[in-house]
Design a protein around this ligand. Structure first.
Ligand code: NAD
Ligand code: TYD
Length: 354
């Protein structure tokens, strides 16, 4: 048996594929364009019989059709996306192309493939669209977390493009009976995350004695889930979820950004103290806020817990400690992804060298 994973060279895709194969999962065909966010080295140690990498664009429906015909997967896990909010503000076009046009192209290719399957294969086929809690928009401080029934109210080009994919996946189920499922996960952290995102950016900048750029007052709230917990949630939804359904997943760890930064800095103060007795937090600087910055995200995970038995295994303090340690130990990985393109982004967005 085979599954097709898109975006498998990225942060969540890498962790999903490693977890899937480690738990005895079936062979993976990994369709990824290897953009700045995808790193071939993450999975290059895997044997060809368990992981086949195909470099290509999810917008290329003919390529997807050829892959589906040749490898006959039992499921598609669609992760490929442009994923960074700040980049979506600086240049939304790539987000519309990959996240909207690409999701549509992949759905069309998968629907044609699914239409041609025999009854049993057709019945068990699944298309999992990996979305985000950001499609629900922003919560006030005292509002209850988002449920699967909360209205979609995206505020950034990124979340709007992801919400478009949600709507397409839902419509394909309603209209064609195509067995799509959607997940809305909260902010992930853990190994292999590209250091443009908050947690790895802060770890790497702090280790390199560079400024720690806090947007606005730093009082925004995110719910953090360890990426391995998210990967387990995806496997559960794939195996036990009902077609046409949506599942929220989160880590039950709502934290203010400044508190996350303080925790990172105190871990580093302990593991690798700065010279001269100063603290890593002294590197923090408040910078101009992100336009349209969502104040708070939080998801109600009652449905996935009740119906599929999901429980996050990581407590945030332990997960954060092992993540900081991973970035300390894997300096070679960091060097390999912070290339010229990364430096260009750091210079244009923060006015600093990467
Ligand atoms: P990422 O940016 O680390 O990885 C994205 C991957 O997609 C990269 O390997 C990239 O090369 C590939 N890709 C980009 N455009 C492509 C294209 N046109 N064709 C084929 N491949 C392409 O992202 P991530 O953090 O691993 O997120 C994966 C998915 O999970 C995304 O759909 C994202 O919206 C969703 N998600 C992420 C989070 C999070 O906290 N990171 C939370 C919830 C949901
Ligand atoms: P990010 O990792 O970009 O995830 P998202 O915006 O998708 O939730 O950012 C997490 C939080 O950290 C968000 O409130 C924005 C904030 N942030 C900063 O304060 N400074 C930064 O340099 C970055 C990248 C993010």
């Amino acid at each position: 048996m085979t599954i097709l994973v898109t975006g498998g060279l990225g942060f969540i895709g890498t962790n999903f594929i490693l977890g899937h194969l480690a738990s005895g999962g079936d062979r993976v065909v990994n369709l990824d364009l290897a953009t700045y966010a995808g790193n071939l080295g993450n999975l290059s140690h895997l044997p060809a019989e368990s992981h086949l990498f195909v470099r290509g664009d999810v917008c290329d429906a003919d390529l997807a059709a050829r892959i589906l015909k040749e490898h006959r997967p039992r499921a598609v896990v669609h992760l490929a996306a442009e994923s960074h909010v700040d980049r979506s503000i600086a240049g939304p076009a790539a987000f519309i192309q990959t996240n909207v046009v690409g999701t549509f192209a992949l759905l069309e290719a998968a629907r044609a493939y699914w239409d041609g399957l025999g009854a049993a294969e057709k019945d068990s086929f699944r298309f999992l669209y990996v979305s985000t809690d950001e499609v629900y928009g922003s919560l006030g401080p005292d509002e209850a977390p988002f449920t699967e029934d909360s209205p979609c109210a995206p505020n950034s080009p990124y979340s709007a493009s992801k919400a478009s994919g949600d709507h397409l996946a839902r419509a394909y189920y309603r209209t064609y009976g195509f067995p799509s499922l959607v997940t809305h996960c909260s902010n992930n952290y853990g190994p292999y995350q590209f250091p443009e995102k908050f947690i790895p950016l802060m770890i790497i900048n702090a280790m390199d004695e560079r400024p720690l750029p806090v947007y606005g007052d730093g009082r925004q709230v995110r719910d953090w889930i360890h990426v391995e917990d998210h990967a387990r949630a995806l496997s559960l939804v794939l195996d036990k979820g009902a077609p046409g359904e949506t599942y929220n997943a989160g880590g039950r760890a709502e934290l203010v950004n400044l508190e996350v930064l303080e925790r990172i800095c105190s871990i580093l103060d302990r593991l690798s103290p700065r010279k001269g007795g100063s603290q890593h937090l002294d590197l923090a600087v408040h910078v101009t806020d992100r336009p349209g910055h969502d104040r708070r995200y939080a998801v109600d995970c009652g449905k996935i817990e009740r119906e599929l038995g999901f429980r996050p295994a990581y407590a945030f303090p332990d997960g954060l400690e092992s993540t900081v340690e991973w970035y300390r130990v894997n300096r070679g990985w960091v060097e390999s992804v912070t290339s010229g393109e990364y430096r260009d982004w750091m210079r244009s967005h923060y006015g600093q060298e990467g």
